[in-house]
Write a protein that binds this ligand. Structure first.
Ligand SMILES: O=P(O)(O)OC[C@H]1O[C@@H](O)[C@H](O)[C@@H]1O
Length: 158
């Protein structure tokens, strides 16, 4: 798969580890930065990475900041992006199997890299249960909220 990765300074080190794992597993990584640990603003990196997922230039995204919620806040404002913050592999599995998320957000200050990489593996290898109606109904309800409240990319002029 093509995976967009991004972070801020607080997530940079873990982003690099995630990137190495993904490449080792044979995925193509699109790194939206940053490329060092100098203080920066998360939205400058997570926003373009989220757009890449929304536009289909990447199949999924993995974004890392200090605690994870900052990335999810930004990513979930983009039409077509469904982001979850996960701090354990069980949550990561459900974020895929029940909710079909296409972005995983991690907190580099919250979890150690060994656990983070287990979370990434769980999220990357779990399929959405698209044949179970209760989950598809729930996902469709979330999609309907996005249809109503978020602008489609082709409606945005700037
Ligand atoms: O290092 P500073 O800028 O203080 O804090 C950055 C982190 O604090 C939280 O808001 C976010 O998780 C962000 O990554």
């Amino acid at each position: 798969m093509k995976i967009a990765v991004s972070s801020d300074h607080a997530g940079f080190a873990l982003k690099e580890e995630v990137k190495a794992l993904l490449e080792k597993e044979g995925h193509e990584v699109l790194d939206f930065g940053p490329y060092n640990e100098e203080p920066c603003d998360l939205s400058d990196y997570v926003y373009p990475a989220s757009l890449a997922v929304a536009e289909g230039k990447a199949d999924r995204g993995i974004f890392v900041d200090g605690v994870g919620y900052g990335s999810a806040m930004i990513a979930n404002k983009i039409y077509g992006v469904y982001a979850a913050v996960c701090q354990d592999p069980f949550c990561a599995k459900l974020a895929r199997s029940h909710s079909d998320t296409n972005v995983l957000c991690l907190g580099g200050k919250i979890i150690g890299s060994a656990l983070a990489l287990e979370i990434v593996t769980a999220w990357m290898t779990t399929d959405y249960l698209s044949d179970i109606e209760k989950y598809t109904n729930r996902v469709d309800k979330v999609k309907n909220i996005a249809e109503k409240h978020l602008k489609r990319l082709d409606e945005i002029q700037d």
